[in-house]
Ligand binder design. Structure first.
Ligand SMILES: [Zn+2]
Ligand SMILES: [Zn+2]
Length: 218
């Protein structure tokens, strides 16, 4: 039986730059690939790691096999009307996920604000990353968020999405503003990969896992 994803496995003890993608979906939310298929795409793209970030669920974790070639880091895309953020390093169901679902429902969790969850996951030592903060209609709108709870910001989200031609440079400017204000937030990229081909009727180029990639020295 496949084990749940673990943070304590070491696949490679060599120090160096590793290339990966911090934002990818499976068919446990609105992605098209099964967990195994997603890993196969990552392998074919030559990525060292991916973070699985389904919307408001971690149910896919148990389906990832004992991967050797691609490191799969467990995460979740906390998804609300007022903002989306990725939590990295999620090891299992936990109190902060109260009201979240164990199936493919990606609906709202009424009565909870993303800033409340940011605070809870930050206090637990998990890593928070604001996703596509200026991409309408999924931009960040929760004014109550504390900068101390924001560890990373996705300055480059899926470049195949037409509105990101403007939204990504805006996110880059936002990050620069934060840095100038003394906030030590790390900029990362995420492909927000869902499927290999556009949905029927969608007039856009295909998405690609690993576009953009982020290099991490580990
Ligand atoms: Zn999102
Ligand atoms: Zn996403």
């Amino acid at each position: 039986m496949a084990e749940a994803l673990s943070l304590s496995k070491v696949f490679n003890t060599q120090a160096g730059w590793y290339r990966g993608d911090f934002h990818a979906h499976t068919n446990y939310s609105d992605g098209e690939h099964t967990p195994d298929e997603l890993v196969e795409v990552a392998r074919a793209e030559g990525l060292d790691f991916i973070v699985v970030t389904d919307h408001n669920t971690i149910s896919a974790f148990v389906e990832f096999g004992d991967q050797r070639e691609v490191l799969v880091i467990p995460g979740m895309e906390v998804t609300f009307r007022d903002g989306h953020f990725n939590v990295f390093g999620v090891e299992g169901w936990s109190e902060w996920m109260e009201g979240f679902v164990h199936d493919r429902d990606i609906g709202e969790r009424p009565g909870r604000a993303p800033s409340d969850i940011l605070r809870q996951t930050s206090a637990l030592g998990l890593l928070n990353s604001l996703n596509h903060p200026l991409l309408e209609p999924w931009e960040w709108r929760d004014g109550a968020a504390e900068m101390g709870d924001v560890h990373c910001v996705e300055v480059w989200n899926d470049p195949s999405w037409p509105d990101n031609i403007e939204a990504n440079p805006k996110a880059l400017k936002l990050w620069t503003k934060w840095l100038n204000a003394g906030c030590r937030v790390t900029a990362i990229g995420g492909s927000d990969y869902h499927r290999p081909e556009p949905k029927p009727g969608e007039d856009k180029p295909p998405e690609r896992l690993g576009l953009p990639s982020t290099y991490v020295y580990a």
